[in-house]
Structure formats: C-alpha cells, structure tokens
Design a protein around this ligand. Structure first.
Ligand code: GLN
Length: 289
C-alpha cells in the first residue's frame, strides 16, 4: 500500500480493523493514526490528500496488527489522557478509565477545602500509572501525595508520569502491599483497587483480560478482598476528619459500605457513573459524621 494518502490509509485501516471484528473500527483507526502520526483531530478533514511516507505506513501497519489481536488503542500508543494529564502506560499498570475521573472529580472539592484549612496529604493505594493521585495534585495545587503500589514497575511509571505532568515535587512513590510500607497519616486515602470477582476475570473482554494486569483486576473470591484490607488499615493512617474514597464495581455499594461500617466508617457520599452505575463511595469516621 505504498504511496497511499492519509484518507486512503484511514479507510484501509478502518476496513482492516472491521474485518478483524473490532467493534469501534472507525474510531480506533482514527485514534491510532492520529496518535502515531501526531495529527490533530481535524487533519483527516483538511489534510486527507497528504501522501504518507513508507515509514509512516509501516508504523500504521504495525499498530493495526496489534489492534487486530485486541491490544487496546492506548496501550499501542503507550499513553492515555486522564483528567488533564497525559499518562504513559506500562504492562504493570491498569489503563486508566474515564469512570475513574469521577472519583477524582468527587474528591477535588474536599481536597480544596482541606488545603484551605491547612493542608491535604493524599494516599493513593494501588496507584498504578499514578492517575488518581497525580490528577488530584494537578487539580489541587496545595495538595501533596503518596502513590503506593505492590509493583515496582508500576511505581516507575507513576514517577515518570509525575515528572511528565509537572507534579513530581509533590508526589512520592512507595512500594507497598496496601499499607504495609506506608508511614504517616493522610487526609484522604483513595483507591481504585482490584474489584472483579475472581471467577469473572476470565470472562472479561479480551482487551481487558489479555492486556490489563490481572493483579489490578482480581479482587478475590467475592471481589472485595482489597476493600477489606484497606478498611482494616485505614484508621491507623487517617488524620482527624480524614476521608476514605473508592472506586467500586457496579454492584458493590452496599457490600463495601458494610465492610467500612464494621471498621468504624460511615458513607457520606455515593456517586454514579454516566451509565447510571454506582461507581464512587466516600467515607469518614463514624465519630466525625
Ligand atoms: N473498571 C475495570 C474493568 O471493569 C476494573 C478495574 C478494577 O478492578 N479496579 O475493567
């Protein structure tokens, strides 16, 4: 296909992905080509007649081959936008989802109030790319944060993302199994932990199952192992009037609330995602409600 124009390459890419059974073939073709060639979203409209050189075509062909075997678009590109950030991904990190921006947005007003009242120190458990903590640091300039993760590879990625997004001076990465290596107390403890029921992990879309780290998905027999671990350690690491906030699975609102209640926490806010599913819960100590 040498000598194709941008418009021809886009049409061919769409066909190739569609033939491979990719549901959003047109969108994925556009995202991949725009990402690989660093084009703006209008380039396909105003610059469609531009010829591609062979190296660009090779780049596109390589990416299409990967997408055809279900590797997600943003993994192929190696980065993904989240909140106002540009995040690099690695094999050890869950690809941040738009739903998780709801967790960030829910916490921003709380964090701003804490900063105004003297400071806001955030702990993000299972930080992965750093998405949640780094987005909060970006949106709340006075806040500082620790991203903890079990995986050293994820922490390297989180550190890199802190650098790229200009918040490295307020971010620290700590290798830790939940709270095990975490020291000190925090105003906000936040997590999007693995919450998929173990028997369901194998039924997830290939895009997720084959390319997101299982460690970041598998929540144990009932999907709630991580919430139990965090609930048990939260009190020791939470400052007075501190908050614990989670992303949850669509059917976990009541079970996670019960786990937190057993550990002395009361739910103060619950937020749904755009699909109308319960997605974010915020807790404070029972005594401070
Ligand atoms: N939202 C992710 C998914 O359904 C799961 C993330 C998680 O377990 N925290 O693929």
């Amino acid at each position: 296909m040498s000598g194709a124009t941008l418009a021809e390459a886009l049409a061919a890419a769409r066909r190739r992905l569609s033939e491979a059974g990719i549901a959003d073939a047109a969108q994925d073709a556009r995202l991949l080509i725009a990402g690989l060639l660093k084009l703006s979203s209008t380039a396909f409209v105003i610059d469609g007649a531009r010829p591609l050189d062979p190296s660009q075509q090779a780049l596109i062909d390589g990416a299409l081959a990967r997408r055809a075997v279900r590797e997600p678009v943003h993994r192929i590109l190696g980065r993904r936008a989240f909140s106002r950030l540009d995040l690099v991904l690695s094999p050890e990190t869950l690809q941040p989802r738009p739903d998780t921006e709801i967790l960030v947005d829910t916490l921003v007003p709380y964090a701003q109030k804490m900063v105004a009242g003297g400071g806001c120190r955030i702990l993000d458990l299972g930080t992965g790319t750093g998405a949640i903590c780094l987005a909060l640091l970006d949106l709340v300039p006075g806040a500082t944060g620790v991203g903890a993760d079990y995986s050293a590879g994820a922490l390297e990625t989180a550190r890199r993302n802190a650098d790229i997004n200009g918040v490295a001076d307020r971010f620290e990465a700590v290798e830790s199994d939940w709270f095990a290596a975490v020291t000190g107390a925090f105003d906000i403890i936040v997590s999007n932990p693995p919450y998929i029921v173990r028997s369901v992990v194998g039924t997830l879309d290939e895009d997720v199952r084959l390319y997101d780290p299982i460690l970041a998905l598998d929540g144990g027999e009932d999907g709630l192992d991580a919430y139990r671990a965090i609930a048990a350690g939260a009190d020791d690491h939470l400052r007075e009037n501190g908050l614990v906030a989670y992303e949850i699975g669509y059917d976990q609102k009541e079970t996670v609330t019960a786990i937190m209640r057993e550990n002395g926490f009361a739910r103060i806010e619950a937020v749904q995602d755009l699909g109308g599913n319960d997605r974010v819960l915020v807790f404070s100590r029972e005594t401070s409600v």
